[in-house]
Design a protein around this ligand. Structure first.
Ligand code: UT7
Length: 325
């Protein structure tokens, strides 16, 4: 018997040219490189140029993913773009990407699950491909968090950066074993009782402004490891795998201490963890596909690698995904 699986054909990413170091930040807010590195693992982040929008980052990443997959853009019939920093309130940034790529078939939409945006987008695209209505999907995470930061608030402005990453998925008929390629399982969760712990204090319906990111960092930190490990246990259970089977753990890149704590609790050895938070900061929905592209580019991730991803963010939303590359 064969089943439809969403198989990764390629991935790509894009980072804006401008790099903002901790030392440079320390000249405008009361902070130090030492504090930021010790508490978060972040050393620098990329910041979009004036006029450079989330769609611009997403288009670069999508083109890189299509080139890596060796396929033409007009074979894509689904674009799911995870972002909390769209170009405009509407239309969806995904349709701007669709148009720039010369695609006029299928469907394109944005998905808003903050830092869990890529895992959510991957899960939704996977479901849509497996039900047979779409054939090839671009799953993108793209953000310009620099635009919603309060640059006078040292508790948040040192944490985030801009960037985009994308993967191309294709629905393929195959036996559907754990050893076969493709998305093996995804698990999505949310709990709105935590919605005031990480939010933006503006929006079209509330203030008619864009607003700034506000976070009770300690509260988020407190829940992060437990929530992450919970959905990863779900992924292990659904696939009959264990930490020992994982080739690469590609977590959301918010804080090195959260990543280390989760990997330790799950028994995933540090050599199997892909880390980019030191160079990218927290790029929200873009962080996982940026990290994937990094590990593919230097050939850590290869065809057949078993990849475990997780994310947790505002809402709270959280989720995991396991796939055979
Ligand atoms: O991706 C979405 C999910 N987001 C996250 O996962 C973020 C989760 N939270 C965190 O990563 C951490 O809580 C932070 C990195 C945000 C903060 O680390 P912390 O160890 O929880 O520090 P804290 O908030 O308890 O602050 C400790 C001290 C405070 O001073 P006092 O009250 O002890 O005098 C802060 O005011 O550090 C101070 N502080 C800073 N000092 C220098 C806060 N931000 C800074 C800063 N530079 N940038």
């Amino acid at each position: 018997m064969s089943v439809l699986r969403s198989v990764v054909l390629g991935c790509g990413s894009y980072l804006p040219a401008r790099i903002l170091s901790n030392d440079e930040l320390a000249r405008s807010v009361e902070t130090t490189d030492e504090w930021i590195v010790q508490r978060t693992g972040i050393r620098e982040r990329h910041i979009a140029a004036p006029g450079e929008m989330t769609s611009d980052l997403a288009i670069h990443a999508a083109r890189a993913a299509l080139a890596n997959a060796h396929i033409d853009a007009d074979t894509i019939d689904l674009i799911v773009l995870g972002t909390s920093t769209p170009d405009q309130t509407f239309p969806a940034t995904a349709v701007t990407v669709q148009h720039a790529l010369g695609i006029s078939q299928g469907a394109a939409f944005d998905l808003q699950a903050v830092c869990s945006g890529f895992v959510y987008a991957l899960s939704i695209a996977d479901s849509m491909l497996r039900c047979g209505k779409h054939k090839r999907a671009l799953v993108i995470g793209a953000e310009t968090f620099s635009r919603i930061l309060d640059w006078n608030d040292r508790t948040t402005c040192v944490l985030f950066g801009d960037g985009a990453g994308a993967v191309v998925l294709e629905a393929q008929e195959q036996p559907g074993e754990t050893s076969d390629r493709g998305v093996l399982t995804t698990h999505l969760r949310s709990d709105g009782k935590h919605k005031s712990k990480l939010y933006v204090d503006g929006g079209p319906s509330s203030t008619q402004t864009v607003g700034h990111l506000r976070m009770e960092g300690k509260e988020v930190f407190k829940h992060a490891v437990a929530m992450i490990t919970d959905v990863i246990e779900d992924a292990f259970e659904a696939t009959g795998t264990t930490a020992a089977d994982i080739d690469w753990f590609v977590p959301h890149q918010a804080n090195k201490r959260i990543i280390d704590g989760s990997a330790h609790k799950l028994g995933i050895s540090p050599e199997k963890v892909v880390i980019t938070v030191d160079r990218h900061g927290n790029t929200s929905a873009a962080s996982i596909p940026l990290a994937l592209a990094d590990a593919v580019a230097d050939r850590r991730i290869k065809r057949g690698s078993l990849i475990l991803m997780e994310a947790m963010g505002g809402g709270f939303t959280w989720g995991s995904a396991m796939l055979r590359w």
